[in-house]
Design a protein. Structure first.
Length: 175
């Protein structure tokens, strides 16, 4: 009986030493035993209704996603959407935000499993809730870039039929 108790005590001591050494190694290497979200800004922040927003890349193993975030006065990310911890499906790719000529709104593009969309941020203070922007589907990445360029010049975003017609006109002109 006592041999079993001594064996269990020895096992518990070995487990405690192992966990302590693993935590110290992770700390020495600049990491942690517990996963945390890594957030990195991509591109320069743009002004939107007096608030700065920026595209971010978020990683929390094993998932990663892009998102849009609000920047506070100290240059820190204070709210972001979507959050990588809660996002399914993730944004697979994204394009940096551009501001409208008057600075009242901003737009960015992102890709999900269903395709590309251009989103216009109208209320940057509501980004965390996911209600501060609305999105328009576009036919592909090239069209997303074209729509962002139109937005930056103050032109309205086009629907998918108009996008397709504009592409056909360009292709037909080259023949």
């Amino acid at each position: 009986m006592w041999q079993v108790v001594l064996g269990l005590r020895s096992l518990l001591v070995k487990i405690a030493v192992f966990v302590t050494m693993a935590a110290l190694l992770a700390w020495a290497l600049g990491g942690t035993l517990w996963p945390r979200t890594s957030i990195r800004a991509i591109g320069e922040p743009v002004a939107c209704d007096g608030v700065e927003i920026v595209l971010v890349h978020q990683v929390r193993a094993p998932r990663a996603t892009y998102g849009i975030a609000r920047i506070d006065e100290d240059g820190e990310i204070v709210s972001r959407t979507p959050k990588v911890e809660e996002t399914t499906p993730a944004w697979r790719d994204a394009m940096t935000a551009v501001a409208s000529p008057n600075g009242a709104t901003a737009a960015f593009a992102f890709e999900m499993a269903g395709g590309w969309s251009v989103a216009v941020v109208e209320s940057p203070m509501d980004l965390a809730s996911g209600t501060g922007w609305r999105d328009w589907p576009v036919i592909d990445r090239l069209e997303a870039a074209r729509q962002l360029a139109r937005f930056a010049e103050g032109l309205p975003l086009q629907d998918e039929a108009t996008q397709q017609a504009a592409r056909s006109a360009v292709i037909d002109a080259g023949e």
